[in-house]
Each structure stands twice: as structure tokens, then as C-alpha cells.
Design a protein around this ligand. Structure first.
Ligand SMILES: [Zn+2]
Ligand SMILES: [Zn+2]
Length: 183
């Protein structure tokens, strides 16, 4: 069975041992708010990301295998220019019924390193968004060999060269310059 839905809430009862497949147009535009509020503004997210999900149960544990695919806008950490890059990730997660100890607040979810479900319906969006964030590069770079901005005059060294370049690039020269300044 293949469905495309916008908001995905899976009813726990309908999850069977036989795997089912689902294609989701996951709305991730809200992730932009997360980044707008924070200090880091390295990424812009498209309104929708395509996610395919296979899910099934084994006893009371629910298993999910997914793949997400989309185009993300990043801001290069070296030259500060915006660029688009494809994001692709396979992911897995398992949901187990929430134990009573966790419901009482005796154990926090993070402490146990497990994901629980407590309701009759499961909203998979938070799990998918978490996977999106985990799939992002730690430091976005427009190209592996991006030359960045000149620390001396600030020009984009991918686009033009400058006169301060050679001496700035050589750390030994920088050492001698500070030496001179100190005297
Ligand atoms: Zn760059
Ligand atoms: Zn320069």
C-alpha cells in the first residue's frame, strides 16, 4: 500500500507485523523558525521534504525505516555565500510503549535513550524532523575547496584575488608582523 499524506498520525492498532509503506510530504518549514530564533543561521529549509517510510510492529515495539530527500539551502561557513545542497538520509527508529516509571517522571526519555509512545496515535513528524537535523552537515561548505574570505581585506577569494593574500596565508609571516608591532 502506498499513500501520500500531509499530516501523518498512525493509529497504533493499524500497525501490523507485515510492513506498510508510506510516502509523506513532510512539512519542515517550521524548522526555519527554530534556526531564526537561534544564533546559528546556517540553513534554510524548503516548505516540504519527501519522506518514504516503512513501518511494522514486532510485539509492542514499532519499527520505522525511512528515507528523506530534499534540497536545503546552506550558508557556507568559509565564504558566507548561500548555496543549495541535496540532503539524503536513511534512518531507523524504534518506538516502545512508555513504561509506567517514565510516565511518573522517574526516568526521563533522554536518560533511557529510548523513544516511547504513550498515545493510541503516533505523530511521526517530530521523529522525522529530528532526523533532518541529524542529517545536516556540522559545518556547511559551498565546496570542499572553498577558499573563503581574505582575513586581511575581506574579498571572496573564490571570485577574486587580492594583494594581502600571500602574506596572510603564510602563518610565519603573520608571526613576524606581530613581532614587529610589539616592538
Ligand atoms: Zn564557500
Ligand atoms: Zn585581501
Amino acid at each position: 500500500m502506498r499513500l501520500t499524506e500531509l499530516v501523518v498520525k498512525l493509529s497504533v492498532d493499524t500497525i501490523a507485523e507485515a510492513p506498510k509503506e508510506l510516502t509523506i510530504a513532510e512539512e519542515i518549514g517550521e524548522l526555519n523558525l527554530l534556526y531564526d530564533q537561534g544564533q546559528v543561521k546556517e540553513f534554510r529549509f524548503p516548505p516540504v521534504l519527501e519522506v518514504s517510510l516503512i513501518y511494522y510492529r514486532s510485539g509492542r515495539e514499532l519499527f520505522f525505516h525511512g528515507r528523506l530527500e530534499g534540497l536545503i539551502e546552506g550558508r557556507c561557513g568559509r565564504c558566507l555565500k548561500s548555496y543549495s545542497f541535496p540532503l539524503k538520509k536513511d534512518f531507523d527508529f524504534v518506538l516502545t510503549p512508555e513504561p509506567i516509571s517514565a510516565r511518573k517522571g522517574e526516568l526521563s526519555r533522554d536518560e533511557m535513550g529510548l523513544s516511547f509512545y504513550a498515545a493510541e496515535e503516533i505523530n511521526v513528524s517530530p521523529f522525522i524532523r529530528e532526523q533532518v537535523l541529524l542529517a545536516l552537515p556540522t559545518r556547511p561548505l559551498c565546496a570542499e575547496g572553498c577558499r573563503g574570505l581574505c582575513t586581511g581585506c575581506g574579498v571572496n577569494l573564490n571570485e577574486e584575488s587580492c594583494l594581502c593574500q600571500t602574506s596572510e596565508d603564510d602563518p610565519r609571516m603573520a608571526f613576524f608582523r606581530t613581532l614587529k608591532l610589539d616592538q
